[in-house]
Design a protein around this ligand. Sequence first.
Ligand SMILES: *[C@@H]1O[C@H](CO)[C@@H](O)[C@H](O)[C@H]1NC(C)=O
Ligand SMILES: *[C@@H]1O[C@H](CO)[C@@H](O)[C@H](O)[C@H]1NC(C)=O
Ligand SMILES: *[C@@H]1O[C@H](CO)[C@@H](O)[C@H](O)[C@H]1NC(C)=O
Ligand SMILES: *[C@@H]1O[C@H](CO)[C@@H](O)[C@H](O)[C@H]1NC(C)=O
Ligand SMILES: *[C@@H]1O[C@H](CO)[C@@H](O)[C@H](O)[C@H]1NC(C)=O
Ligand SMILES: [Ca+2]
Length: 345
Amino acid sequence: MLKSAVLRLATLAVVLLLLLSRTGAQRLRDPSKRMAAAPPKAHAKGQCCEDVRALKVQVANLTSLLEELTRKQDTVVRQMIDLDHQNRQQEARVTEAESKYSEINNRVEIMQLQAAQSVTQTSSDAIYDCASLYSRNYKISGEYKLPADEFLGTPDLEVFCDMDTNGGGWTVIQRRKVGLTSFDRDWKQYRKGFGAIRGDFWLGNDNIFRLTRQPTVLRIELEDWEGETRYAEYQYFTLSNELNSYKLFIANYSGNAGQDSLRYHNNTNFSTKNKDNDKCVDDCAQLRKGGYWYNCCTDSNLNGVYYRYGEHTRNSDGITWYGWHGPNYSLKRVEMKIRPQNFQP
Ligand SMILES: *[C@@H]1O[C@H](CO)[C@@H](O)[C@H](O)[C@H]1NC(C)=O
Ligand SMILES: *[C@@H]1O[C@H](CO)[C@@H](O)[C@H](O)[C@H]1NC(C)=O
Ligand SMILES: *[C@@H]1O[C@H](CO)[C@@H](O)[C@H](O)[C@H]1NC(C)=O
Ligand SMILES: *[C@@H]1O[C@H](CO)[C@@H](O)[C@H](O)[C@H]1NC(C)=O
Ligand SMILES: *[C@@H]1O[C@H](CO)[C@@H](O)[C@H](O)[C@H]1NC(C)=O
Ligand SMILES: [Ca+2]
């Protein structure tokens, strides 16, 4: 608003200046006309100069007005910069509050966990997974520690529970979202698991094998670089044990992720860069740079290389799901999660 006012005034000033110069120029060019003019010379001259003086005063006044407005505009700009600064301080405070909040949240989770563990000590039925935590009313998504199972001789296990998606109760077995953790690992690391439970990780083939002893549902969630999401769900999912190379079994696909891109890997052994169990003359784990149930080689490669925005459409060893974005599009985010078939939200 201020700007347009200044502009209008500036235009006015320019028009006035033009008027001034034109009257002067006309007089010089056409002296005869001036001579021919009826009223006495002196009077005409005085009249014209009076006008010019008045116009000059107006121009001077407008110029000073313009200057004043410019000064005011400067002040407004300064005020806006100040506001922006205050805004940023506010944002910093919000971020700080957020991190404090998640810290508190963590503490709540740990307290819940301890409560859960003391529950197991006095209860006959064990906590196997996130679904059993959920049924004991732990309904906040986050990190939990499953207690060791003395009967099975298994150690305690840190897991991430998704207690929100589609009723909750999901134990997350794989996540790709940060992209700093390499998934090009050997057999032993895939057996044990690796990564950070709040970031990118593989829960470990032995753990997945154990968790899928009961009839289990697998849900795969995918996100691309445009922020669109898809999911694939299998009503049946299990792995063989290590002796049988963690062979994959899946059945009864549903979802919106296009053509089922895990089906091709059904009934296939797990392979890593140091263990070629695929169904191919090629070494798929080395070609696709991950550990997976490679066939010959892929219809999906969820443990492939993390490529960032701008370089995610170039390579065939990325995090792919052919049924959605084809063989050369590496996804931005993936989560694989499981829960028992008989889970009741
Ligand atoms: C110019 O400004 C002065 C005072 O600032 C005022 O007295 C005068 O009338 C103005 N002249 C015109 C032509 O606006
Ligand atoms: C899968 O693994 C089992 C046992 O480890 C083995 O007998 C079988 O030949 C393997 N299959 C392929 C295709 O490598
Ligand atoms: C995977 O193979 C099993 C047989 O071993 C079959 O019953 C099942 O339907 C197959 N899954 C898919 C998704 O085709
Ligand atoms: C797949 O679903 C059908 C129909 O619900 C069921 O009969 C079949 O047993 C399921 N398959 C597996 C492997 O769970
Ligand atoms: C994917 O990339 C490979 C090699 O980089 C290329 O040969 C192939 O044509 C690409 N496929 C598609 C569908 O773009
Ligand atoms: Ca091979």
